[in-house]
Design a protein around this ligand. Structure first.
Ligand SMILES: Cc1ncc(COP(=O)(O)O)c(C=O)c1O
Length: 358
């Protein structure tokens, strides 16, 4: 689906008659610390690679990511962002009955629609802080051949703990679980929460470089499954779907694993502190704040306010936040704010509190 995402800075700037860089974008969920250090310099030096075709199957880049994740390269495919695999999942898996665990990212629904499927939903509830009840989910999921789970979830920020998710996948071996871990690297990690090491044939993990490394424009994302599942998806791969610079970027990341780990840790520490400050600033304004392990906060608006009105108020101050009314399972009572620099976060909290009139 081309519509329905955050980050529409260009159209907002055009409406306000200002430059796009004069609009503060808190509607898209990119690492607030920016791009991973040294990567842009590396890519500048490698610009000439666009003059020849990249590796057709991104073999070296796939090996690089497998090395970073500590898994077998035969289980990994590289695409034009994880989006490529969201949209090829249903045909690759031969899905007929799809369940989406929501409220969540709309592209899972769009991908079903693209292939003539009408998905069903298992919706976590605001009264339960949008935490997914895996016991109830298991009962419903057994009727479906494919289940999409975003973990941690966009836009709620909720995480299904690793052991619960693994137990669910083991309990229903006939159901394929597509687990989108685009935001998992932001989560504070007591234990390794990732499913990338799981080799069950019914587990498919989507892994993105866009958010955590601050490079959404490179369009670099991965599918990780068992060797059997990877082969099923291989039949739906176009040649050269990962461009030369995206492949170059992986070479740089794989050669700098220590720096990467430090960058990710620094990001987690920054977010833990900023999220606490941000939530404290909103305390007492009447909004509901749901627990989040991601760089964004889902906010339930105080009664009497609608997302469209609040977003419009903030746009007048050149601040773009995400109206969540088009997420299936949410309504005009919700917005999502993605954290940026401390100055921007403080300013956004003040503007939000004043917009809800407290
Ligand atoms: C949950 C989720 N998955 C996938 C994507 C797309 O990521 P990529 O850039 O890897 O295609 C997004 C982008 O917003 C997202 O929020």
């Amino acid at each position: 689906m081309i519509q329905g995402h955050g980050g529409n800075v260009a159209s907002v700037a055009a409406r306000l008659g200002c430059r796009p860089d004069e609009v503060v974008d808190m509607s898209s969920n990119i690492n607030p610390l920016g791009v991973v250090p040294g990567l842009l310099e590396h890519l500048r030096q490698r610009l000439d690679t666009v003059m020849s075709l990249p590796e057709v199957d991104a073999g070296a880049a796939v090996a690089g990511i497998a090395d970073i994740l500590g898994i077998d390269a035969g289980r990994v495919l590289m695409g034009t962002g994880s989006t490529q695999f969201i949209y090829t999942a249903c045909p690759a898996l031969g899905s007929q009955k799809v369940l989406i665990v929501g409220p969540t990212y709309a592209d899972y629904t769009s991908s079903c629609q693209m292939h003539g499927l009408v998905p069903d939903y298992f919706l976590a509830e605001s009264g339960e802080d949008f935490q997914v009840n895996c016991e109830k989910l298991a009962k419903k999921a057994r009727e479906f051949d494919t289940v999409f789970i975003c973990n941690p979830n966009n836009p709620t920020g909720a995480l299904i703990p690793h052991q619960e998710l693994l137990a669910l996948c083991k309990r229903l071996p006939q159901t394929r679980f597509i687990i989108d871990e685009s935001y998992l690297p932001f989560a504070p990690e007591q234990v390794d929460q990732s499913m990338t090491r799981c080799t069950l044939d019914n587990v498919i993990v989507l892994w993105s470089l866009s958010k955590i490394y601050g490079i959404p424009g490179l369009r670099a994302g991965f599918l990780i499954g068992s060797a059997t599942v990877a082969n099923q998806f291989r039949r739906y791969m176009q040649p050269w779907c990962a461009n030369s610079l995206a492949q170059e970027a992986i070479g740089y990341l794989a050669a700098n694993k220590q720096m990467l780990a430090e960058f990710v840790n620094k990001t987690k520490m920054y977010l833990a502190e900023e999220m606490t400050t941000f939530r404290n600033q909103l305390d007492g304004c009447g909004a509901s704040l749901y627990p989040s392990v991601t760089p964004y906060q889902l906010i339930g608006l105080p009664p009497g306010h609608a997302a469209e009105e609040i977003c419009e108020r903030l746009i007048r101050d050149r601040l773009l936040i995400r109206d969540c009314s088009n997420f299936h399972g949410l309504d005009s009572g919700y917005v999502r704010i993605s954290l940026k620099t401390p100055e921007i976060n403080r300013m956004a909290a003040k503007l939000f509190v004043s917009a809800v009139g407290r």
